[in-house]
Write a protein that binds this ligand. Structure first.
Ligand code: FMN
Length: 193
């Protein structure tokens, strides 16, 4: 029974010198310690997904590009998603939007949550927008998320998240909720296939 749920943690920032890597490492290390699900780390920088170019909408399920086909297979494997997102101009990154848009059914009927970071509001505006996108993809965005403000001051010189104990508590609670939904929706999907 253990490890039956698979969570993909996706890093949605790809620029040189990104702070996202520190956040990604923190949440991956924390989530990987859990015994009630399996974690897979996905860095969008490793994927180079081309901009959406198919003549038919991805919701039709036909992806002509080979990288997009591989991406669809990878995303299909998971039961839940945790996206690590920066905030760019009150939204999220273009590379993340494209990764979400190029496929469709592989995301549907699965829960999603977010760890965001940025300036004073910790990337929360990016998360609000991402929740709307998730609904359109027929996903279940959950309530709990983690927001890390003032990202350039959030980690010490050893790469440790300042105030880690509090953040860990919030992250564990978020993961509990994510796994609750992952199990419930996995069961529901198995009955409707
Ligand atoms: C193009 C751009 C726009 C930004 N806009 C915002 C913003 O609207 N709100 C905010 O809190 N931070 C904003 N920031 C600051 C980022 O949140 C911060 O630079 C963060 O480190 C970005 O994530 P990354 O380092 O993983 O790319 C912006 C940064 C960039 C590069």
């Amino acid at each position: 029974m253990a490890k039956e749920i698979k969570v993909q943690i996706i890093l949605g920032s790809t620029r040189q010198g990104r702070y996202g890597e520190k956040v990604f490492k923190w949440i991956n290390d924390l989530a990987s310690k859990r015994k009630d699900f399996k974690v897979e780390s996905i860095d969008l920088k490793d994927w180079n997904i081309p901009f959406l170019n198919d003549p038919m909408p991805p919701s039709m399920g036909k992806y002509s590009d080979t990288i997009v086909q591989k991406w669809a297979k990878k995303i299909e494997e998971a039961d839940a998603y945790l996206i690590v997102t920066p905030e760019y101009n009150h939204g999220y990154s273009a590379v993340l939007k494209n990764a979400l848009d190029v496929i469709y059914k592989e995301w549907t009927n699965k829960p999603i949550t977010f760890v965001s970071y940025g300036g004073y509001v910790g990337g929360s505006r990016a998360v609000e927008q991402l929740r709307q996108v998730a609904v359109e993809l027929q996903m279940a965005p959950i309530r709990e998320a983690v927001f890390i403000p003032m990202i350039w001051q959030a980690f010490d010189e050893n790469g440790k998240l300042k105030g880690e104990e509090d953040y860990n508590k919030r992250a564990e609670s978020m993961l509990n909720q994510l796994i609750w939904w992952a199990k419930a929706l996995k069961e529901a999907r198995s009955k409707t296939k």
